[in-house]
Design a protein around this ligand. Structure first.
Ligand SMILES: Nc1nc2c(c(=O)[nH]1)N(C=O)[C@@H](CNc1ccc(C(=O)N[C@@H](CCC(=O)O)C(=O)O)cc1)CN2
Ligand SMILES: Nc1ncnc2c1ncn2[C@@H]1O[C@H](COP(=O)(O)OP(=O)(O)OP(=O)(O)O)[C@@H](O)[C@H]1O
Length: 176
């Protein structure tokens, strides 16, 4: 087990033991406009729920998208998605749009976190799906979503890590 793996286990356990709603914090709502594509996610395994931010994006007229995963090795695609549209079962217990939905380029990426720090460093699932998405869409606004209990001071960023622009928790909007 690497340091990152054991940190993931600790932070996932902390996340499972906690709960809390992530509000659509005013600075998030302020950056929305109808021309934007906002990528959200369907929470699994006790992940923080981005539903309020998703609703705010929809209310602002944004196009919504969800990640689509084939396997660990294949880069994420972001597929257009409307509220209520059918989702299918994907790998890792994920629910995602069917593969025929249009691939879109996200302007805002709501990113599920395993852990984060106040510098905007991030720990994810370890498959590099979001790392690679951030490299593929370098101009997208990267917003981490997490419960406040997922904050840690144990992150040592790797060379490929791209920092978050902001983190929305149940307690605050954090700008590194
Ligand atoms: N809700 C959600 N959707 C997402 C992600 C995510 O973290 N959360 N992703 C983020 O990249 C991408 C999917 N990639 C993933 C890569 C690996 C694992 C994974 O290894 N999961 C563990 C279970 C972890 C747990 O216990 O919480 C496993 O299946 O063993 C999951 C998703 C895109 N969609
Ligand atoms: N731009 C990239 N292109 C190709 N592979 C990458 C890129 N960025 C990261 N990776 C690979 O993906 C893996 C990411 O592992 P890491 O532990 O940093 O993931 P993480 O911090 O949990 O983030 P993620 O949510 O992206 O999985 C590493 O093996 C790394 O080599």
């Amino acid at each position: 087990m690497t340091d990152k793996d054991s940190l993931r286990a600790t932070l996932r356990a902390r996340r499972r033991a906690a709960s809390g709603a992530i509000p659509a914090w005013p600075p998030f709502v302020a950056l929305l406009s109808p021309a934007l594509v906002v990528a959200s996610y369907v929470p699994v395994g006790g992940e923080a729920d981005p539903a309020a931010l998703e609703r705010a994006a929809r209310a602002a007229g944004c196009t919504l998208a969800l990640p689509h995963v084939v396997d660990r090795a294949t880069p994420l695609a972001f597929l257009a998605w409307d509220a209520g549209a059918v989702l299918t079962e994907g790998p890792f217990g994920l629910r995602q749009p069917p593969a025929h939905h249009a691939a879109v380029a996200p302007d805002v990426v709501l990113t599920p976190l395993v852990g984060f720090d106040r510098q905007g460093n991030r720990l994810g699932q370890g498959a590099g799906h979001y790392d690679r998405a951030f490299a593929a869409f370098p101009d997208a606004h990267r917003i981490g979503i997490a419960l406040a209990v997922q904050e840690t001071d144990q992150l040592a960023p790797d060379p490929w890590d791209v920092p978050l622009h902001a983190i929305a928790t149940d307690r605050e909007w954090i700008v590194p």
